[in-house]
Design a protein around this ligand. Sequence first.
Ligand code: 9UX
Length: 68
Amino acid sequence: MQTTVINIKSMTCMGCVKSVKNVLERIPGVSNADVSLENAQATIQHDDAITGSDQLKQAIQDAGFEAV
Ligand code: 9UX
């Protein structure tokens, strides 16, 4: 298990936060995702052997947000 923190631009409301959280938690290998609007970042617990940080980033981009 590994913790990855990804900075996310362009989340403007709690709805955005929820969407990002849902997207992340549906990914295989992700056990928990905490998304903070204030900090503009996601803290994700995941199994690196199943889903790595690049894939997490990609999923955030695909959902329409900017992962940096
Ligand atoms: Mo609310 Mo966030 O419509 O895009 S979900 S601003």
